[in-house]
Every structure is written in C-alpha cells, then in structure tokens.
Design a protein around this ligand. Structure first.
Ligand code: PDD
Length: 280
C-alpha cells in the first residue's frame, strides 16, 4: 500500500502532500493529534481517540471545524481508500492558517490533516530495555499537543543507548514514557500513575485497566517512584501502536520479569481485544 495523505479535504500520495507555511502547526505546533492502528479497515478504539481529541482541542480552545460524526466519517473515508492490511492512522488539527502572531487568529478555522501509513505490529514476545530520565516537559501533558520536543529528545537518548523507551520521572516520581504510559505490577497488583496533568491518559492504559478488572487484578492509580519501579515484579509499557510491552532492563540493570503469569494474561487480553474489535 502507498501511504496516503489528506489536508482539508484534499487527498494524495503522502510524500507529495504539502501544507501552507502559514498553518499554525508549522511554526507554533499549535494543534492536537491522535494516532491509532487500523486493521481490516477498522479504526481501533475510534470513539475513545475522537473523544480525547475533543478534550485536547477544548483545553486549547480550538474549535472543531466539523461535528464529531463528520470527523469520524472523514477518518473512515480515509481508511476505506487504502488496503485492509495493518496501518497506522494519524490525524491532527491545527488552530488555523494565519500570519505568525501569538494571539489566536480571527476569521480562520481549524485545519484537519490525516496520514495513513503501513505498519507492522510489534512482536509482543520481544522484551525491551529502557532508561530513566528526568521529565522536563511542561505541566499540561494531559493535552495531546503537537509540541513534543522534550519527548523527542528523550526518545533519541533512549535510542542511542539501545533502548526502546525513556521512562520519565519528576524528582523520582514516575510519570510516563516519551510516547507511552508505564505501569508496574507488585505483589499481584497493578500500579499506574494517576491520570492527572503529568501524563497523557492513554487509550491503551484504559485497555490495561479494563484487562485488570476482567482478570481480577487489583489496580491502583497513584503516584509511584523510580525506586518502586526498580523493585517491581513487572514493568509494563503501553500505547495504541505498541499495545503492551514488557520491560526487563532499566538503566542497564535487570528489572521486572518476575510475574510472568499476570504479564501473559494481561498481554493476551489486550491483544485479543484488538483482534476482536478489528475483525470483520
Ligand atoms: N503516543 N503518553 C504519551 C506521552 C504519548 O505520546 C502516548 C501516545 C501515550 C499512549 O497513549 P495511547 O495509549 O492513547 O496511544 C502516552 C503516540 C502513539 C504517538 O505519539 O505516536
């Protein structure tokens, strides 16, 4: 499949698409985004992603250029144009098109951009290594904004150290990763940072909590520390595109991997959920 792009109603091969220099996403990153896998032309957890985009846009006072049903229809039309294999659908909404000036522009409406690209789902039986880093992001991490510089720097640092993710913390309190949420299992309980302004409330995190409820694993949404992480029975990393990964090394030390039964049960639940929801 060729990757496909969309901008305000125009479609084309992704690498040939362009956006105006005066789109506020270009020079301010003034917008919000979402990303989720598609399979068999089904957009996984569409409602949850659209609802989160509405929340992010509302917190930034960006007006939706169309109503929710029209947005969903536009997303589905995009997916219908490509083959039914495994893809990732990304979409973003920028505040509008105007000459550069910090206040909100007047007389413009939000721009919708979409990209759909082929994707190979990760092998969840491959376990991963992580590093820890101080979380230097701003205090609005609950909003899925386009401004991702600290996350990009953190991910690159992890990559250069042969690691899959950077686990971020504020003065020892674990928040999340550069592009995922992180959770621990200890003594048969799941502990995950609360969905406050320090983390993005992940859709895959919600699926993990659903799995815990279904499997009878008690879950606590509370702050936890790097020290607890290093002593955890399991370290779980979630995101829409990576589902559930198991971290077995942190900062070069063996970590987690001490509760395989619960890890396997959770992994199987979230993966089966995805297959079920995206089957036709
Ligand atoms: N990232 N935390 C951060 C900072 C994220 O960027 C993401 C998603 C998540 C997980 O959210 P969800 O489970 O809803 O995918 C948590 C996406 C995948 C990205 O930026 O590509």
């Amino acid at each position: 499949m060729e990757a496909l792009g969309y901008y305000n109603g125009a479609y084309g091969p992704l690498d040939e698409m362009t956006v105006p220099m005066t789109d506020r996403a270009v020079y301010y990153g003034d917008g919000v985004y979402e990303a989720t896998p598609t399979r068999n032309k089904v957009i996984y957890a569409l409602d949850a992603h659209v609802n989160r985009m509405l929340r992010s846009a509302s917190l930034l006072r960006i007006d939706m250029p169309m109503d929710t049903e029209a947005l969903k229809a536009e997303l589905k039309r995009m997916v219908a144009l490509v083959d039914g294999g495994d893809n990732v659908l990304y979409w973003q909404l920028s505040r509008g098109t105007a000459r550069r000036a910090h206040p909100f522009p007047e007389g413009t409406k939000a721009n919708l951009m979409m990209m759909i690209t082929p994707y190979r789902f990760p092998d969840l039986t491959q376990y991963v290594k992580c590093i820890t880093l101080e979380d230097t992001r701003f205090l609005h991490c609950n909003i899925k904004t386009l401004n991702l510089i600290p996350s990009i720097m953190a991910m690159q640092t992890a990559k250069e150290q042969g690691c899959y993710e950077a686990i971020l913390h504020r003065g020892g309190r674990v928040t999340e990763c550069s592009k995922s949420n992180v959770h621990i299992l200890k003594d048969g309980r799941l502990i995950t940072a609360p969905a406050d302004n320090l983390i993005l409330s992940g859709i895959a995190r919600a699926h993990l909590l659903e799995a815990c409820a279904a499997l009878g694993i008690p879950a606590e949404e509370r702050p936890y520390t790097v020290k607890e992480l290093m002593r955890a029975d399991e370290i779980l990393i979630t995101s829409s595109t990576s589902f559930l990964r198991r971290a077995v090394s942190v900062d070069g030390q063996d970590a987690g991997a001490k509760d395989p039964e619960n890890f396997e049960a959770l992994k199987s639940y979230v993966w089966t959920r995805f297959l079920r929801e995206t089957s036709v």
